[in-house]
Each structure stands twice: as C-alpha cells, then as structure tokens.
Design a protein around this ligand. Structure first.
Ligand SMILES: Cc1cc2nc3c(=O)[nH]c(=O)nc-3n(C[C@H](O)[C@H](O)[C@H](O)COP(=O)(O)OP(=O)(O)OC[C@H]3O[C@@H](n4cnc5c(N)ncnc54)[C@H](O)[C@@H]3O)c2cc1C
Length: 389
C-alpha cells in the first residue's frame, strides 16, 4: 500500500503552500481589522487581483474542466489545496470556478450564465433551503406556475450563501405538487433583475447569508436548468459535489491552531515553568494532533474514492461529520491553551472558533450525516470494514 503523494501532487501543493505564505498570510491583520469594522475581509476587487496573480501561474479553475480553461485537478489534489488555503482564515479561493450543476447549462445558458461565472463576471447562489425546509428538503414550498412561455415563482428561501451579492440564483421550486420531489421540483436560473429580493442574515460568522423573497418573479421557460421536474436530483448533486472539501479546509485550520498553541505553550511560563512542560497541556496537543491526523486521512480517503470512481458518499459523510466534530473540539482546546488571550479579539482563534462551528450545520448537519452513515450500514450499502473490505 503506497500512501505517498506523486511528484505532481507535491509540486502543486507546495506551490499553493508558498502562495499562501507569501500572498495570503500577510493579509491577515488587515482582514481582521476590516472584519471587525464590519467590512468584507477581502473586497471583491482585491480578491480578483489575487486570483489573477495565481492565474498567471496557471492556478485557475481548480476543478473546472480543461475545455473551460480550468485545471481539472483530481479530488485528492483539490483536498490538498483546500487544506493549504485553510491554514489561513483569509476568505481566499482560486478563481475560474462555477457551481457543478451549472455545467448542465444548455447552449444559450452556457453563454449567459456558465461562461461569465467561470470568468468571474457573474456570481451565482444556490437556493433550496426555506424557513420550513432545511434538513428535510422534501418540505420545500416555493412554487413556480406556468404562465404562457414564462414561469412565475413565489416563495421564500433562507440562509443562502452569497445571496446578497449574487446577480443570479439557481432556485428550486415545485412545478408539480402531485409529484413533489419525485419529478415535481425544477431548478430555475433567476436573474436578480427578474425581481427577487435579498436580505442579509446576521450570524455569528464574519459573513452573512441571505433570505431571498420571490414575489411573482417571472422567468422564461428557457431558464430551466436541466430538465423540467428533475431539479431535486440536481440539488442533491450540488450538495454532494465535494463534501470532503469542507473538512479539508478544517484540516489546514487545525494544523495552524495546533502550531499556534505549541508556540504559545513553549513561551508562556507559569509557576516557574513553560506550560508546554505540563501534562494537561501536552495531552491537549497530543489528542488534537492524533485527531487531526485521523481527519486528514478520512478526507484523503474520501477524495481518493471520488478519483477512483467509487461511490464515495459514505466516506464523504464520515469525513464531514468527523471534521465538524473534531475541528470544533480542537479549536476549543487550542483556545484553552492560550488562556485569556485565546478569548480576545487580538488573536484570530475566537474567529476560527465561530467559523468552524458552521461546519457542524451547513451542507448536512452532524445529525443528518449520522443518519446517512447509520442507514448505509444498516441497509448494507456500506460496511464497517471500510473501503478496503
Ligand atoms: C451560514 C449558512 C450558510 C448556508 N448556505 C446555504 C446555501 O447556500 N444554500 C442553501 O440552500 N442552504 C444553505 N444553508 C442552509 C443549511 O444547509 C441548513 O441550515 C441545514 O441543512 C440545516 O437545516 P435547518 O437550519 O433548517 O435545521 P433543521 O433541519 O430544522 O434542524 C434542526 C436540528 O434538528 C436536527 N435534525 C433535523 N432532522 C433530524 C433527524 N431526522 N434526526 C435527527 N436530528 C435531526 C438537525 O441536525 C439540527 O440539529 C446555510 C446555512 C447556514 C447557517
């Protein structure tokens, strides 16, 4: 069994590592300052500038197919890259990406939505959650009724990431109430200019999602993404697109947090000795390092299964669940090692603490991942022997 990385994987990862060290880490104080003044950590023009800088070295469209100018990297490489980016709380991402389901665009949608999104000229958001439908997406109530050659959308969506900034949304609505999620949900590309409204939702995080209101919003028939009635499958495809990437980012955050805690523990002296010499502190560091290593391999195993064309959903749920739970335990311990300083806004630990909390909620809560994992096992779709059998 060879668990080593290929030369290409090492070189690509190391390039990103250097980029993060040179271009991203120096931004941290300014990002913290801005966020504390309730401004975006990186304004859109600065993000675009950084993305262009990376593009000059070929880093554009990490998982975007080559025919669209992307790098089309493997899931393993995407996970390694995400972990490197996760070492900083600066909200940077490489450019040249579009939501996976947008690649279902037909020819005219391709020019109007997909290509400008990849180019960074347009921004989208994915809108399925509603006030009465989160974990249970079969409960969505937003409707679209046919009127001539248009569809008219009515309903409310909530917690939509990027919903305040997006100029179009991929919104899911019931087009056939009798069929519901079994052929009666459709995905529409709805421009903001069609009349939907967004309202900022204040969260414990540094950026807020949006509530979207659709009141008689009219979209033409040609704006159906994919097939009429087949929207629920698209929604599942979006949600399952790369669940391993969320805990991958947490891998980087945990690495950095443990490093910060070790540095602090070496320097902080109490009762005549560095706290690093105390077993209580050492155990927090040791437990965190072991859990981080387990998380890293769960993420890479899930990514490897994606690349191998295996059904990776079980592995991805396990990585997402373990990542959410353990990253939260690790940040809590590393904050504890810092004592009162850990609780201040002078250090970014409290920021990570708030950000990592989200990992246990969005794109399938802990409880929903556990439900999926237990069901897979109980129904025999997965084995406790794992992927090796
Ligand atoms: C910051 C943020 C960004 C988001 N971005 C998006 C986005 O871009 N697009 C989008 O469509 N949605 C988005 N969401 C929505 C997110 O996916 C949902 O919040 C999440 O799926 C949980 O749904 P809910 O909030 O309705 O909680 P609920 O479903 O009401 O769950 C409440 C609690 O009950 C538990 N629970 C529910 N059902 C069960 C069960 N069967 N068994 C045991 N426990 C259960 C849950 O785990 C949770 O603990 C975002 C949410 C947040 C907070």
């Amino acid at each position: 069994m060879d668990l080593s990385l290929s030369t290409e994987e090492i070189e690509t990862r190391d390039w990103v590592r250097t980029f993060v060290r040179r271009e991203i880490l120096p931004l941290e104080p300014e990002v913290l300052r801005r966020e504390r003044a309730h401004q975006p950590g990186i304004p859109a023009d600065e993000l675009a500038e950084l993305q262009d800088k990376a593009r000059r070295f070929g880093f554009w469209g990490i998982q975007t197919p080559e025919e669209y100018g992307g790098m089309n990297l493997s899931a393993v490489l995407a996970a390694l890259i995400e972990a490197e980016l996760g070492r900083s709380f600066v909200p940077f991402r490489f450019g040249g990406a579009a939501d996976n389901i947008l690649f279902h665009a037909n020819d005219s949608q391709r020019d109007e939505y997909l290509l400008p999104t990849i180019a960074g000229e347009r921004t989208s958001c994915f809108a399925i959650t509603e006030p009465g439908a989160g974990s249970d997406l079969t409960a969505i109530r937003t409707t679209a009724r046919k009127d001539g050659s248009d569809w008219v959308i009515n309903g409310e969506k909530t917690f939509i990431t990027g919903g305040n900034e997006a100029d179009f949304t991929m919104v899911f609505a019931i087009t056939d109430p009798d069929k519901g999620v079994n052929g009666g949900v459709t995905c529409f590309l709805a421009d903001r200019s069609a009349g939907w409204k967004s309202e900022y939702i204040d969260t414990m995080g540094e950026w807020g999602p949006a509530a979207l209101v659709f009141d008689e919003v009219r979209v033409p028939e040609r704006n159906i993404l994919g097939e009429l009635g087949q929207g629920f499958a698209l929604a599942m495809q979006w949600i399952g697109r790369g669940r391993y990437l969320l805990p991958a980012r947490a891998v980087g955050a945990c690495e950095r947090l443990i490093e910060m805690a070790m540095e602090h523990a070496r320097n902080r002296v109490t009762f005549g000795q560095p706290i690093a010499d105390r077993q209580a502190i050492q155990w927090m560091i040791a437990d965190s390092a072991v859990e981080l290593e387990a998380l890293r391999w769960l993420v890479l195993s899930a990514a490897w299964q994606v690349d191998a064309g295996l059904d990776s959903r079980h592995a991805q749920s396990m990585a997402k669940l373990f990542g959410g739970v353990k990253a939260n335990e690790i940040v809590d311990r590393m904050l504890q090692v810092h004592g009162g300083m850990g609780y201040t806004r002078e250090l970014p630990i409290e920021r990570w603490y708030r950000e990592l909390r989200l990992l246990r909620i969005y794109e399938g809560t802990d409880e929903i991942q556990r439900r999926t994992i237990a069901r897979n096992l109980l129904k025999g779709h997965a084995s406790v022997r794992g992927v090796l059998g």
